[in-house]
Design a protein around this ligand. Structure first.
Ligand code: HEC
Length: 155
């Protein structure tokens, strides 16, 4: 009786592992996951404005008063997770205005939950941060604009 049961189990296992291997052999060269990652990296980040309340930002000469305000907000609300020149919980923010649009940066600051759920770049960053989500710091639009001005001085 016991032996029979073992035989049945072994046969079932063998069949299951056969079934499990099949799709691998038949899968096409580029898997779905690889294609998705390609699409994200292929998209031009400087044409992405992100998702949130900010649809258009006009940049002028650096406004030193805004930089000072932005630096203060950064120290109070962002340094728990960000450093300028080194990756911390979140990415290093040095040069962020060279790789993202002003609108995207402000939307990420004001609306991180929706950004990491829907925006392709933010989703990729979330994956690179091993799933650590950026927290909403209840920043006002004026503070977000000042933070952007501060980041413009950190290239
Ligand atoms: C709880 C930690 C945390 C806090 C606080 C935080 N962030 Fe983030 N931030 C992250 C993480 C992690 C990411 C990468 C995306 C993700 O995993 O959600 C990120 C991404 C970003 C990005 C995109 C960077 C890039 O390379 O494109 C910007 C811009 C940003 N944060 C700005 C801010 C600002 C401004 C503040 C303060 C108001 C702030 N963050 C506060 C964790 C945080």
């Amino acid at each position: 009786m016991k032996l029979k049961l073992v035989f049945v189990l072994v046969t079932a296992l063998a069949l299951a592992s056969c079934g499990g291997e099949k799709p691998k052999k038949d899968a096409p060269a580029g898997s779905l996951d690889e294609k998705k990652t390609e699409a994200v990296t292929d998209a031009d980040p400087m044409s992405n404005k992100g998702i949130g309340p900010i649809s258009s930002v006009t940049l002028g000469e650096i406004d030193q008063a805004m930089v000072t305000e932005g630096e203060a907000v950064f120290k109070a609300k962002c340094t728990a997770c960000h450093k300028i020149s080194k990756k911390f919980v979140g990415p290093a923010l040095k040069g962020v205005t060279q790789r993202r649009t002003p609108e995207w940066i402000m939307n990420m600051t004001l609306n991180p939950e929706e950004m990491i759920a829907k925006d392709p770049i933010a989703k990729q960053l979330l994956a690179e941060a091993n799933g650590a989500p950026m927290a909403n710091q209840n920043i006002t639009e004026e503070e977000a604009r000042a933070l952007l001005e501060y980041f413009r001085t950190k290239n």
